[in-house]
Design a protein around this ligand. Structure first.
Ligand SMILES: [Fe+2]
Length: 221
């Protein structure tokens, strides 16, 4: 039988550099924090600098239960990632392609293409699928904004992962103007908030299900 897909495309532009956007999409740790309303658990089975193989427990729009998906993400090149999602014993398959396009002044345009494989007689759902996916894109995009803002802000202040900012850590240091440094990214992103166990897999559980601002406040620096 010929494969048939429901399709959708969404895009948005941002003032953040491409690598910062990629950092956001490859930071699987924040899924159960920033997106706590949609996800309660993430299990990273394997990841390296190009791929991430994981399981996610997600609450999708209009579904009254958590759906467990198996997800395979590939950084196809430095401007594209492809994610393959499987659910319901692999009966459900959805592919997403994210394209990252540099804009002037270090901005970036992100376009997400969605393809949901369905039997052809479900083609009448096309307009609903498109509507849901566009809505989902905007919702998640807005949720991610504070952490992108914060990341760029602290990056400009000289922040180093797991070290912090010099003049904040050491009170005897004066804040000094740093030369502009290009946003840099090395995958996989180091993680510390997974459940402590002896397995290679990294399990992240939702700890907060009420305040979306917890841990994301940023005083004026
Ligand atoms: Fe996110």
């Amino acid at each position: 039988m010929q494969e048939f897909y429901l399709k959708s495309a969404s895009s948005a532009t941002t003032k953040f550099p491409k690598k910062l956007l990629l950092w956001n999409y490859w930071d699987h740790e924040h899924i159960v924090g920033t997106h706590f309303a949609h996800y309660k658990k993430v299990n990273i089975i394997y990841e390296d600098s190009k791929v991430c193989f994981s399981e996610r427990w997600a609450k999708l729009p209009y579904l009254p239960f958590y759906l467990k998906t198996t997800d395979f993400a590939v950084l196809t090149n430095d401007s594209q990632m492809d994610v393959h999602h499987y659910a319901f014993l692999n009966l459900l398959y959805c592919k997403q392609t994210f394209k990252f396009e540099d804009l002037e002044n270090d901005g970036c345009k992100v376009t997400r293409y969605d393809y949901l494989q369905v039997p052809r007689f479900f083609s009448f759902l096309q307009k609903y699928f498109d509507k849901i996916m566009k809505k989902w894109f905007i919702k998640v995009w807005e949720e991610d904004m504070p952490m992108r803002e914060r990341r760029l802000k602290v990056w400009k202040l000289g922040f180093v992962d797991f070290k912090g900012i010099d003049f904040i850590n050491k009170h005897n240091l004066k804040r000094k103007k740093l030369p502009t440094r290009k946003y840099n990214l090395t995958l996989p992103i180091p993680k510390i908030t997974h459940e402590k166990n002896n397995r290679r897999e990294k399990v992240f559980l939702r700890k907060v299900s009420k305040s979306k601002n917890l841990g994301y406040g940023l005083p004026d620096l």
